[in-house]
Design a protein around this ligand. Structure first.
Ligand code: HEC
Length: 177
């Protein structure tokens, strides 16, 4: 098989995979996660970190009471759990490099967006395995709480492999029952 033909077949496969993902996403209501407007006063901030995922950002992560119960005997958080990740740009110097403080940490600058994960019974049912996060789903909002038009399948695909930690990167930082 020539390299070109192999490439064409790979491209056809990729297109088919995207087609399936698009079809599934089309059936999932995009707006099923409302903006948790009272998270700053009603939720508990359990972690502020220099993001692993982005070298120029800081994230503060909040949990509602259901999530604060921590993972149950099955390792999963309860239905109704909501996690909110406030995403901040890290402060930069005049040359645009991220400033690292004397403590070796990035310094929180302006808030850029608010990432939300919420799980409800049955929410995961429509997803294929590579996009399924148990019953969690994802949403992204502006700091003012307006829904942002993001590719939610990118969120789903990156969190989906974390089967051992109920698809939550920071699960060890939640209280354990
Ligand atoms: C390429 C991988 C990747 C993608 C894409 C991604 N995330 Fe995450 N997410 C992470 C990582 C890693 C963390 C841990 C903190 C950090 O480094 O940002 C995280 C943390 C979170 C948290 C805090 C709870 C936790 O898991 O610890 C929320 C909420 C969240 N992400 C929501 C989203 C949303 C919403 C999207 C899509 C708009 C998204 N994520 C896309 C990798 C990803």
């Amino acid at each position: 098989m020539t390299g070109k033909r192999r490439l064409m077949i790979m491209a056809a496969g990729a297109t088919a995979a995207i087609g399936v993902a698009t079809l599934v996403a089309a059936q999932v209501p995009d707006e099923r996660i409302p903006f948790p407007a009272d998270y700053a006063t009603e939720f508990t901030m359990y972690l502020e970190i220099d993001r692993i995922q982005n070298p120029g950002q800081v994230m503060r992560i909040y949990a509602n009471d259901a999530a604060l119960l921590g993972p149950g005997p099955d390792g999963r958080l309860a239905d109704g759990a909501i996690l909110v990740g406030e995403i901040y740009g890290a402060k930069t110097d005049a040359a645009g490099n991220v400033i690292i403080s004397e403590l070796g940490r990035r310094i929180r600058g302006d808030i850029a967006a608010i990432a939300v994960m919420e799980k409800e019974d049955g929410w995961g049912d429509l997803f294929p395995a590579d996009l399924r996060n148990g019953d969690w789903d994802f949403a992204m909002f502006s700091p003012a709480g307006e829904r942002l038009d993001r590719d939610l399948n990118a969120c789903r695909a990156c969190h989906a492999p974390l089967q051992e930690t109920d698809h939550v990167f920071s699960i060890q930082h939640l209280p354990t029952p």
